[in-house]
Design a protein around this ligand. Structure first.
Ligand SMILES: [Zn+2]
Length: 194
């Protein structure tokens, strides 16, 4: 299950040039879906467009956000042998911080998968990345409520001008997607090696 963070009425973080996190997340997620399909991995998405279908009885922004998160949990938990990859971008008030970060849920195999994903990221895209994969805060509703292995990838910082340019480029999005797929195949489908 690929989860492009935010969407609909929730754009997520916004870069200084107006780039919305929700759109960057979706670009990367669509690339990941296309590559997964090429490799024969059954794949679903919590959303695959900029818009979100909210229940008609959710009549405030807060209620719509809650309903959206619930739908994402339900879809993920309905998957058999599911693995969740949630895609986000970071934002910091200063321009300096950059680099991808992998956070993992408390469910079985999430930590190992998250650590492997981070390792693949480092080896292929960011040898200078000094971060380590870390447990995610239990305040993140989706990650707290899914039952399957789950990671959240903060692909980069929209607040860092250089990283923003990379994240806006198709070629970098494609590399990020390939890193996620490669880690998935290595960990969950032993024998694969891209
Ligand atoms: Zn986000």
């Amino acid at each position: 299950m690929i989860d492009p963070g935010h969407g609909g009425e929730d754009g997520g973080a916004v870069a200084s040039d107006g780039t919305q996190e929700a759109d960057v997340n979706l670009q990367i997620a669509l690339r990941l879906r296309a590559m997964a399909e090429l490799c024969g991995v059954p794949v679903a998405m919590t959303r695959d467009s900029a818009s979100i279908d909210y229940p008609t009885d959710a009549d405030t922004l807060a209620a719509r956000k809650v309903a959206d998160q619930r739908q994402r949990v339900e879809r993920t938990n309905a998957m058999e042998n599911g693995v969740l990859i949630s895609i986000h971008q970071n934002y910091y008030p200063a321009a300096g911080p950059h680099g991808a970060e992998v956070l993992y849920a408390a469910t079985d195999r999430s930590e190992e998968f998250g650590k492997l994903l981070h390792e693949v990221l480092k080896q292929t895209l960011a040898p200078e990345n000094r971060r380590v994969a870390a447990p995610i805060s239990d305040e993140i509703y989706l990650m707290r409520n899914v039952h399957c292995p789950a990671v959240l990838v903060e692909c980069g910082f929209l607040s860092n001008p250089e990283e923003l340019e990379k994240l806006k480029s198709d070629s970098y999005d494609q590399k990020l997607a390939l890193v996620m797929l490669s880690a998935y195949l290595q960990y969950f489908q032993t024998g694969w090696n891209l």
